[in-house]
Design a protein around this ligand. Structure first.
Ligand code: NDP
Length: 252
């Protein structure tokens, strides 16, 4: 079977798996962070776990770029967006974590690795080789401009919220506190909201099925997790603000 044929099959399976993951995660939160459990099998140092599951993504995406054959300005912009996000997530974010569980379940790290591997391959091969070739004029196309704007807005929302959460713990502190200020006043998980906006922006600016797949997978991972976090906050803190929603202001 040729690579384009295999690619199409993998992509369809990948989209179907997103729906299955969404349903599963509604009932069983991925076992890392506050949901790490001995009963979910072996654990691994959480920093190592994060690096292990995130680092393959920029490496594989950059490898797809290197294999080409497309190396113009547009592929370069896509590469920079991807590396901007994943360079941070793989090598900066793990070292900003403070306190809390020092371990994560190995199962979560392996599933994350699989998720990142598949997304990086599908997006990278599509954009740099197998999908329709788009010239530099795509940089002026409204879908591209709107998508990159969304991507940047989502990135800023995500980063600001993750940093605010990580700063809730002082040196040597563990445990959880009620996050306050900014978007936290209206939703429990603005970091997840930002991440979903970011990858919707990616889907728009690449105008591609693999990009859409990434956005759907991100929502499949993070909508159930936001609901779990929100429920957890409400049962853990009696004084948790009642007006706050889980993920989408005033709605969900
Ligand atoms: P969380 O919001 O669960 O945690 C982020 C960090 O903040 C962790 O270090 C956590 O500690 C700490 N933290 C969270 N809440 C509190 C609190 N109330 N008090 C004190 N500390 C707190 O995010 P995730 O770990 O699930 O995700 C991290 C990043 O990865 C996010 O930006 C997310 O969007 C992204 N991500 C993306 C996915 C995708 O599909 N694209 C999938 C999963 C994550 P602790 O670890 O101890 O809980």
């Amino acid at each position: 079977m040729s690579e384009p044929q295999t690619f199409r099959i993998v992509l369809v399976v990948w989209l179907a798996l997103a729906a299955a993951a969404f349903l599963l995660l509604l009932f069983v939160p991925a076992p890392y962070g506050r949901y790490t459990r001995k009963s979910f099998g072996p654990t691994v140092d959480r920093r190592l776990g994060w690096i292990l599951m995130e680092l393959p993504s920029p490496v594989i995406f950059a490898l797809c770029f290197a294999l080409g054959p497309r190396h113009g300005i547009l592929p370069l912009v896509w590469l920079l967006l991807w590396l901007g996000h994943y360079g941070h997530r793989a090598v900066v974010f793990p070292f900003q974590m403070r306190g809390g569980a020092q371990q994560m379940n190995l199962a979560a790290a392996l599933l994350g690795l699989f998720f990142n591997f598949a997304n990086a391959y599908l997006n990278g091969r599509y954009l740099f080789a197998l999908g329709p070739e788009r010239g530099a004029t795509w940089l002026l196309e409204p879908r591209f401009v709107a998508g990159v704007t969304l991507f940047a807005a989502g990135f800023i929302i995500n980063r600001r919220a993750d940093l605010a959460l990580q700063r809730l713990r002082g040196p040597g502190e563990s445990g959880y506190k009620i996050p306050r200020g900014g978007l936290f006043e209206i939703v429990s998980c603005p970091n997840y909201l930002g991440e979903i906006i970011e990858w919707c922006g990616w889907a728009l600016c690449t105008w591609s099925l693999p990009g859409l797949g990434f956005a759907l997978w991100t929502a499949a991972n993070l909508v159930p997790r936001a609901i779990s976090h929100h429920r957890w906050y409400r049962t853990t803190f009696t004084e948790y603000p009642r007006r706050r929603r889980a993920l989408v202001p005033f709605l969900l």
